[in-house]
Design a protein around this ligand. Sequence first.
Ligand code: PMV
Length: 310
Amino acid sequence: MINEKAISKIILSGEHSVVYGKPAIALPVFGSKSSVKIFDNSEKSGFIIKAPQLEKTFYLNEKKDIYNPIELTVINFLNNNEISLKQNIIIEIFSEIPIASGMGSGASISSALIKVLARFFNIPLSKKELYTQVFEIEKIYHGNPSGVDPTVIIYKKPLYFIKGKTPEFITKKTEPNYCLAIIDSKIRSSTIEVVNLVKQKREANTLKYDRLFDEIEMITEKIKSAFCNSDIVNFGLLMNENQIKLKEIGVSNDNLDSIITLSKKFGSLGSKISGAGLGGVLISLIEKEKIDFFRNSFIINGLNVTFTLL
Ligand code: PMV
């Protein structure tokens, strides 16, 4: 049996505007991972992919008109490497990453799947090749992906990202006493739908949206500098500014706004949506020593919080 894992991610700044050529900053999240196992099917009943959390089992030997992105990840890998589908193999997928929540669960599962297949079939796999294969599947999940998710998930480093450009990995000067809380709104939101909604809104009011994307670009540049210099106070203020712009874009809603209000009440220095929005996770800047208080305060409000280093 072979097992491979892949991490998740959050976006510090620049979601949506990154689709239109502006920069984004993303951070790797090591606390929530996806995990894929592969082993011989001793019952010799074909090539089976089990995803119990999605309540799905895929039988790859059966011909279909439409394939799930998980099946396509495996089929593409096998076809690219001229490996027959007629095999007795079982793949099992597990994930701690909430789906449709802006944490890159799709890119993470694709990445773990391709890594495990490469090891099982002894195929050399560079990070660049892995990126190319994951990006193909991201097109199904995202429609018009910027590529920020697979890049940060594969390279596992804080990332300053512009679509189509060589990724720039960034580092901070010192380890701050602050971390990021990741609050799950429990509202599932499809990235492709939100990205399409923003596209339609931009088509209807291009001037307004391009101005907003320019403003977010300036915030992203300042967040990059605040991150690298561990300038926590400005970092928090900029997160709040970014959230105001995301609201203007139309990807926040009353539920998400009320989580931001709670975050501030519980001591956060800055909060924003992370990812496509209209649901998914929010991130809040908090002092490390307030982790327990913050977690418990949200539990009382029925919401789950995890934490990640800046
Ligand atoms: O997967 P999500 O929900 O984190 O979305 C990624 C960020 C977007 O900018 C909304 C889309 C993209 O492809 O960059």
